[in-house]
Design a binder for this molecule. Structure first.
Ligand code: DX5
Ligand code: ZN
Length: 228
């Protein structure tokens, strides 16, 4: 079985101590750091831009996984490349020319991902499978941390995995899940085929035990309950 990667989302971190929070997640065994970029248009929230992404870059050597929940992502991709992103994921719903946008990310030397909202079919990504490195199946409607996991999205993870295998891209395309991931939901999405788990409030939220406790709890939950 492939190791499952854990990508804490700094959206739920204490922004006044962002460097400390990121370093703590790294010490706790995080594999990637997930950066949620929101524009107040595509999603009803405004969050992190290139400047704060640079600050996260300075705090860690882990891969920076930048999730762009913004309209016209092609206009800002160069800024996030300069800010030190290693991977950029755009939303299918924001790209009229998806093939061109994922090409733009890869030409900059980064790994390219495409996300689908709960209401978007995963098979809309079939034609771009040769050109991408990651599919992100959203299990909440993007915009906020701490929302409830939408169980109806589990079938989409299975569909995405089958599509990746059928295209001969198994091992080349990561299958990431984002939204409502905790020790209870993580084993379910791993059984469905997820290879990368994003977790925000479970890792950084108040009263959740902190990154150290949560990341090891997530790891043992998927090792003990997520095997297929
Ligand atoms: C949701 C973001 C997520 C969010 C996850 O719009 O894309 O990455 O931070 O937060 P939790 O894990 O709290 O659902
Ligand atoms: Zn995200």
């Amino acid at each position: 079985m492939r190791p499952i990667l854990i990508a804490p989302s700094v959206l739920s971190a204490h922004f006044g101590h962002l460097d400390r929070e990121v370093r703590e997640a790294e010490r706790a065994g995080a594999d990637w750091i997930h950066v949620d970029v929101m524009d107040g248009h595509f999603v009803p929230n405004l969050t992190i831009g290139p400047a704060v992404t640079s600050a996260v870059r300075e705090a860690t050597t882990l891969p920076l996984d930048v999730h762009l929940m913004i309209e016209h992502p092609e206009r800002l991709i160069p800024d996030f490349v300069d800010a030190g992103a290693d991977r950029i994921t755009v939303h299918q719903e924001t790209c009229a020319h998806l093939h061109r946008v994922v090409g733009q990310i890869r030409e900059a030397g980064l790994k390219a991902g495409v996300a689908v909202n709960p209401g978007t079919r995963v098979d809309t990504l079939r034609e771009v499978l040769p050109y991408i490195d990651l599919i992100l199946v959203m299990t909440v409607n993007p915009g906020f941390g701490g929302q409830a996991f939408i169980s109806a999205c589990e079938g989409k993870i299975e569909q995405a995995e089958k599509m990746i295998v059928d295209a001969g891209r198994e091992g080349a395309i990561e299958l990431q899940v984002d939204g409502g991931i905790d020790v209870r939901t993580a084993p379910r999405v791993v059984r469905a085929g997820a290879t990368v788990l994003v977790a925000g409030s479970a890792v950084f939220g108040e009263g959740r035990g902190g990154p150290g406790a949560t990341i090891s709890a997530l790891r043992s939950a998927v090792t003990n309950g997520g095997g297929r």
